[in-house]
Ligand binder design. Sequence first.
Ligand code: ADP
Ligand code: MG
Length: 674
Amino acid sequence: FDESQLVDYSESAELPGEDSATHEKPTHSDIQAVRKSLPAFKQRQSFLDVVKSNQVVIVVGETGSGKTTQLPQYLYEEGYHKRAGKQKILKIGCTQPRRVAATSVARRVAEEVGCSLGDEVGYSIRFEDQSSQVTAIKYLTDGMLLREFMTDPMLTSYSCLMIDEAHERTVSTEIVLSLLKDVIKERQDLRLIIASATINASKFSDYFNLAPIFKIPGRRFPVTIAYTKNPEANYIQAAITTVLQIHMKQELPGDILVFLTGQDEIETMEETLNEASRKLGNLIKPLIVAPIYANLPPKLQARIFEPTPYNSRKVVLATNIAETSITIDGIKFVIDTGYVKENVFNPATGMESLVVVPCSRASADQRAGRAGRVGPGKCYRLFTKWSFYNELPENGTPEILRANLSSVILLLLSIGVSDLINFDFMDPPSHQTLIRCLELLYSLGALNVKGQITETGQKMAKFPMDPMFCKAILTSVEYNVKDDILSIISMLSESSSLFYRPKDKKELADKMRERFFHEAGDHLTLLNIWHQWRDNGYSNLWCEDHFLQYRTLKKIREVRNQLEKLCQKVIPVFPVVGECTPDICSVQKALMSGFFPNIAKLSKLGNSYTLLKKNQPVYLHPSSRLFSVKPPPKYVLYHELVLTSKEYMRNCMVINETWIDELAGHYYQKQIQN
Ligand code: ADP
Ligand code: MG
């Protein structure tokens, strides 16, 4: 640890505390006492009163005040789940934009209620349902609730719905709110609660006919903000140095929360910090590094909530999930890189990519606020004050204005919402975006020329995935390669890392990985992995020998089982196309029938690719099997674009030029003529 390389900060203004006088530290570890100590508890009765006399209530409160864990329990204790009589249970639903939040909160509330998860308290996220007949409090992702409209348009199994984290403005939340606006007219008995952190409340109230805003006074101590004096070129390195700076100079207790953009960064930082603390050994007090991100298995997630042992310090490395959806007690220092990873859809090209962008000032203040829950705190911003005021946008862009909407549009069409132009969006997406998405759906065969949903489209809508995936699945049945396509798609849809490379065995790990390589690229390489794992009895040991993450493969297997079941329901019998014998080409073609918009052609110089549809340069991602293939294939189909220094194609497959005309002629007419 080199003192001369310290990150240089200038102290600045304070983020004022809120109502800090009312703060009382919970002294009992007893769970019910903790419940009673939360700010929401003081408002319990007035909350129940306002819900009783208003169909829609907007609830606003500081993060950690008990909105998510307590309000559904109050409704439950009040008997809202028994409103249909003693026999039938009506659920109290609470939506979350993030899967981790839904599962982690459900687990916590089950503990508070004193039941097993899946009994009175449960959750439901994509491909995983932990709820049952007796479930009265159900946490679910907003996307799952949206899907429930397909089978139960009036949401008759619910007595109350809390749409939580509404300030996040995810596409699913906004569509759900819009649909609920109609449902509540028909169902006077349904109670709707819209909960958000401190921003945007009046906008929701306006949208719901001036619904009352119910405030839960927060408790937050002042937080001192420090900015770096100069811009930091490498924010991860700066974050690591700052953690060590704090750890050596600041008194204990006082845990640290670091905001990063994703799993890769978190893993890198975790490894570096662990190594540094091993090297420093007895020179420093113990440093406990605990990561939290969407794909982390629940057991490891729980570590962030474990009390920090005496005389040591916990460092939580988090994505923006810790901004508002998860509250970790004991945090005194926040380190904010100032970035967030977002999916951005470009309506001009019709392409979507994952991009790291500066977070908003509102987010940065939320993040800083996490330092002031136990006492006065401090936030280290890894950017300059100038940058805060000049480079960070005031508020984030709602997802609906930047995301690819084809999946949601298909879902809306399938439940009979056909007039999208006049759909009651809170912030309507641009016509260009809507048209792009309709075009894509049309070219996938989900819509007819009149823009009406087709039978194929209806089937596609049944799968909780991007329409491109769904199309590939449907085609695979015709081509008699369903099993392989389901395997590949399950592998692709799991975003946790599959491979690992221990520092001391990198070469061996790479060698093992090469054994799976398929000349046609990453999709078939993934298929090889799947086949070999299956043939080795889905063994854990086999994974270890091949440097593959067992828990990732296990999740993939679960997803695959779910997809298999869905297939049986949606496409029971399907004529297999004539003489088609299952072979690798059929697998490739089935994939291409869905992903044909993602084709790139090798440039004349042979050093890059251009998207076939638009003349935009893209590059093979270094992780791709095709990256090192010489000469590079003329045409590739990619699974996704990742924008870092360049626009990279991740997961790529070689395709045959003749297939373009055969399978995507309708889409590429102009390009083929040229
Ligand atoms: P809000 O939704 O208002 O941000 P929550 O209901 O999520 O607040 O959290 C209220 C409190 O419950 C937190 O301050 C924390 O003390 C406690 N809590 C929440 N989840 C957990 C968990 N998984 N483990 C331990 N404590 C938790
Ligand atoms: Mg919450």
